[in-house]
Design a protein around this ligand. Sequence first.
Ligand SMILES: [Zn+2]
Length: 443
Amino acid sequence: MKQRKHRHTGPYDPQTITRAVTHIRLEAANAGKLTALDALAQVYLALCQQYVTLFCTEERPNKLRAPLFATTLSERWQRVAIQQAAGIARSWRTNRAQAYQDYADDLLDYHEQETEGALDAEAEEPTWKEWNVPTLRQTCIQANANVVALEPTQDSIFDYWLTISTLAFRKQLLIPVKLAAYHREALKSKTINSSVTLNKRADGWWLTLSYDQVVPVHTAPSAPVVGVDVGIANFVTTSDGKHYGTFHGKLRERQKRDRQKRRRKAKLRKCLEKKGVKKLPSTSSRTGQRLARHVRQEINRAVNQCFTEHPDTQFAYEHLSVATMKFKARAMNAYLHASNLAHIPKQLAWNAAKRGVAAIKVKSAYTSQECSVCHNVDRANRPNQQTFCCVVCGYSTHADINAAINIEHRLGDAELRVCKDRKAIKALLLRRHQAWKQQNGWP
Ligand SMILES: [Zn+2]
């Protein structure tokens, strides 16, 4: 019922978080009302798609762009569609740019290893596959007060009236909204945001309301820092040596069973296809979806526990790029999707925001290969997935703990923060390693 989303200010400033109240069903007294909404949605979605394509290809996303495409929608609705399309295109462009940067880093890494003669036998040169422009499949309308109004009702069995402008000029839909007891509780004495989201699913129309909440940060900038490493074997490892949650054990067993089941299904499909059977069993897996949900729950539990056990600290955590995720999931790519690695930093940020704790993202490059004592960076420091053993100074510990300590040190490391890319970070770490050697009387 609650959703994450927050605007970024300084790490010690109050955080504004937006909480969403979802799953409010739209029930119309007569079916005709929602049919008018269906008709509107169809035109809206098609127009929104046109602007998404425009903003992903020919133009930069612009929320305030003047209407370009012909449509039967009112100008107000067109502005809503343009705004929503700009948002979708902006995040698509950001994600694509990030992925491209990761690819460039991967390529650099690959060629570095190639010249050093340190390539793994199964290593392949990274390639770039251009992204497709997003296709809007689900009906989702992010409406604002210009087209949809929510008003509390007086003496009625309903809680609100939702007024929606339609395709017909000056003709508005009036839909009663009835809240469940827990919705009412969540919204008690809150100021509901004027923008609402309307979603159409197989079972009808659903409304999402939201409200903003300002949470002051009670962590002092001088509070002790705990570094957090995220991974598969241990969802969360802290620099003080604690582990929280794992994908191994039960979850891994479930994932294996799910994979085998899907393989059997795929085989069966092939078999039936050969025999000319028209209606084939689906390959989508309900157990797979359940498993992914279960993994997210386990991650939430692990992160919660980590925050509870570190009440008066601030957190440093890594900016997880696709490249880092790939590295962390090396030899385990099949688990990457199920383990939902990217959910962990999101959950860390959300927990910090709602608890009023400072959590600061740091650069992740080489955190798993750098020795936290002498700053030597070497793949050979990792004889296996769990162990860190420095080939220069001999420092040895659990690999995730070494990484968490590096992450802890990176908070407040201004020199490292201004490094432009992995190459610059590697050069800086090499200089620090040389300095360490000199200080400690190494030849
Ligand atoms: Zn070392």
